[in-house]
Design a protein around this ligand. Structure first.
Ligand code: PNS
Length: 174
């Protein structure tokens, strides 16, 4: 059995398009459990993101700037290879509802098969955040709904500029 690493490092990977208060809740919880938490934004996504990796990383960095042991990075390729390269022994993933579990279990088992020494740990956000997703937040604000309290204020402003600003400029061009 491998010895417990002296410095416990965890990776919290995701798309973060954009960061929500649900992610932030997890970052707070996760950062208390380890010496260092690396938030890793996936670079090559099949999904068409609203924000570039640089924009997402910049928002994340701003939002987590008061956490001394949290850093923001991005990665390509296999998550477990990136984790090994960072010296991480843990991967944190958030579970909101049972519907998340099946896909998360599949990923965790695949990652374990690829690198058994890296453990996936599932964390649960508080009930107040358990329904929040980046996808729904974008949909709601795009349709004129109120998302205050669901994302950090800086992210709300960026979303408003990106989605409602674009709508305004499309209207003026049509
Ligand atoms: O926020 P998301 O979109 O649910 O995050 C998904 C993520 C980044 C964790 C997942 O897509 C991922 O790990 N991608 C890297 C590719 C990889 O390692 N695949 C094999 C193991 S499932």
């Amino acid at each position: 059995m491998a010895a417990k690493p002296v410095k416990l490092i965890a990776i919290y990977p995701g798309s973060f398009d954009p960061i929500t208060n649900g992610h932030l809740d997890l970052i707070e919880r996760g950062s208390r459990l380890v010496d260092k938490l690396v938030i890793a934004v996936l670079r090559n996504e099949r999904k068409q993101p609203l924000f570039t990796v640089a924009e997402r990383a910049e928002m994340l960095s701003e939002v987590v700037k008061d956490f001394a042991n949290v850093e923001v990075d991005h990665f390509d390729g296999l998550l477990v290879d990136y984790a090994a390269q960072k010296g991480a022994s843990l991967i944190f993933r958030g579970i909101r509802a049972i519907s998340d579990y099946e896909h998360e279990l599949q990923m965790a088992l695949m990652n374990r098969r690829l690198r058994p020494e890296i453990e996936t740990v599932f964390l649960m956000a508080s009930e107040a955040h358990s329904f929040i997703s980046s996808h729904l937040v974008k949909q709601v604000i795009g349709l004129g709904g109120n998302i205050s309290g669901l994302v950090p204020p800086l992210v709300e402003e960026r979303l408003r500029n990106r989605l409602l600003g674009e709508q305004k400029s499309n209207a003026s061009h049509s």
